[in-house]
Ligand binder design. Structure first.
Ligand SMILES: NC(=O)CC[C@H](N)C(=O)O
Length: 458
């Protein structure tokens, strides 16, 4: 049986399938979005009238891959799906991802997993090698099988809301963070986002205003694959709310020079059943168990190698250059130390601060699992916690994180554990996309250069 057969069997034969069909029928949903997340974290979709649900659960939805550069697969260097072969791929809906759009309850949605179509010899019915969402689900399952542990995470997406009416005055030398007046300015927006998010299954827990226009809203931590889906849903909600209010919602990692960047810190913990193995039960002083230290050791050892995916755009790196604005720039960890790459933020919870708001959460979580598995296997020592209370402007070279996308590509190439955490074709495609992005950026003459050099006379 292929992976596609198994998915189909589940979508057609199970009690869940019958219940879902009844639920969709009763819900008044008339249209369904079949959503696919691409390698660079875009959501693409097809819409189908809901009366075809049973057919779609069985046969899936076909997408023409040549139109989707960030999902392309090749075989022996030849584009699969190009030319005469024109192989579409099959997107199979995950039934438990069903949701209804709160802003138009006649529309429902699913997230899908992707498969090679059945007629392609040898690989027909296998998972599409470039499907990061499937990769996370499979990697987490393998991690559980090997270690007996599962990863729970909570993401902290920061983002910028831009619009004339949202501009705030910042007194020179002061920070607008937590300012009540600023939060009030955002009230209609955060209320609408939280209303939609709650309706779509996110258990909202808190929110705050940070730098000008920057809002962070959090929801409850959960299994890592659910958190990843919810981050995608959250971004879609923000886009919708922005259009309702005529403003712009941006997840750009560093929208303004000199202001804080938009991070997306990942808080993670490891669980055996109901027990969080990062902490000793009942112990109150801040501590990290031996198993937690090994997992952390892996995360730190592979932080440079995974940065191409954690901070995946040219712009991402501007966040780390501004020492003092709480984005890390070297490989270190600390006990409740906000300047570090990983912070033990509470007993049982590690906060990984490299990922930014544009991250593909399926890739970031996959790489966290791969790095932790390596740390657990090798009992990697994370070193002593860093007690210094500032981000070094010039960190010790041996502990430096890559400071450009170009350097991050190089670090990825050097890290066998991280490269092999992705199927070969996915690693190659992602690297190509990023190398192309970096090369195109390097060729652009910026305003900064013009200001610096246009008038320069020796
Ligand atoms: N609240 C904070 O710790 C700020 C984080 C910071 N905005 C970042 O880029 O990661």
């Amino acid at each position: 049986m292929t992976a596609l057969d198994l998915h189909r069997e589940h979508n057609t034969g199970s009690v869940q399938a019958r219940e879902l069909a009844a639920r969709v029928k009763d819900s008044g949903v008339e249209y369904l979005y079949y959503q696919v997340v691409t390698l660079t974290g875009r959501v693409i979709a097809k819409v189908v009238p809901a009366k075809h649900l049973l057919r779609n659960l069985e046969k899936g939805i076909q997408f023409h891959r040549t139109a989707i550069a960030d999902l392309q697969t090749t075989r022996d260097g030849v584009l699969l799906g190009g030319g005469a072969q024109a192989a579409e791929f099959t997107a199979m809906p995950d039934m438990d991802s069903f949701n209804v759009l709160p802003w138009d309850e006649s529309v429902g949605s699913f997230f899908c997993r992707l498969y090679e179509p059945e007629h392609i010899p040898e690989i027909g019915g296998q998972t599409l090698a470039t499907d990061a969402r499937s990769l996370l689900i499979d990697t987490h399952r393998a991690f559980r099988d090997e270690t007996g542990l599962q990863m729970k995470t909570g993401c902290e997406p920061e983002m910028s809301w831009l619009g004339e009416k949202l501009e705030v005055h910042v007194r020179p030398g002061a920070s607008p963070a937590y300012h009540m007046g600023n939060l009030e300015l955002m009230r209609p927006i955060y209320k609408r986002v939280m209303e939609y998010a709650t309706a779509m299954g996110l258990d909202m827990i808190e929110g705050d205003y940070e730098d000008p226009g920057q809002l962070e809203l959090n929801w409850m931590f959960d299994q890592c694959e659910l958190t990843a889906d919810r981050l995608m849903t959250y971004r879609m909600i923000c886009r919708q709310v922005a259009s309702e209010f005529g403003v712009q919602a941006s997840f750009m990692p560093k929208p303004t020079t000199g202001s804080m960047g938009n991070g997306c810190h990942h808080n993670f913990s490891l669980w055996r059943g109901n027990h969080n193995v990062l902490a000793e039960p009942g112990r109150r002083d801040l501590h990290l168990t031996e198993i937690g230290q090994h997992a952390l050791g892996g995360v730190l050892a592979h932080a440079p190698g995974s940065m191409m995916m954690m901070a995946s755009t040219v712009n991402s790196y501007k966040r780390y250059w501004d020492a003092g604005l709480f984005a890390p720039n070297c490989v270190n960890w600390g006990m409740d130390n906000k300047t570090c790459t990983v912070r033990l933020s509470a007993n049982g919870r590690l906060e990984y601060k490299i990922p930014d708001a544009s991250v593909n959460p399926y890739l970031s979580h996959t790489l966290l699992l791969a790095a932790m598995r390596d740390g657990l296997r090798n009992k990697t020592d994370p070193g002593a916690p860093d007690n210094s209370n500032s981000i070094p402007a010039t960190p010790d070279r041996s502990r430096m994180l890559p400071k450009t996308l170009g350097e991050a590509i190089h670090c990825f190439d050097q890290d066998e554990v991280i490269r092999s955490a992705l199927p070969g074709e996915m690693a190659a495609l992602y690297r190509d996309l990023k190398a192309d992005e970096w090369a195109r950026f390097c060729a652009v003459v910026t305003d900064w250069e013009k200001k610096m050099y246009m008038e320069y006379l020796p």
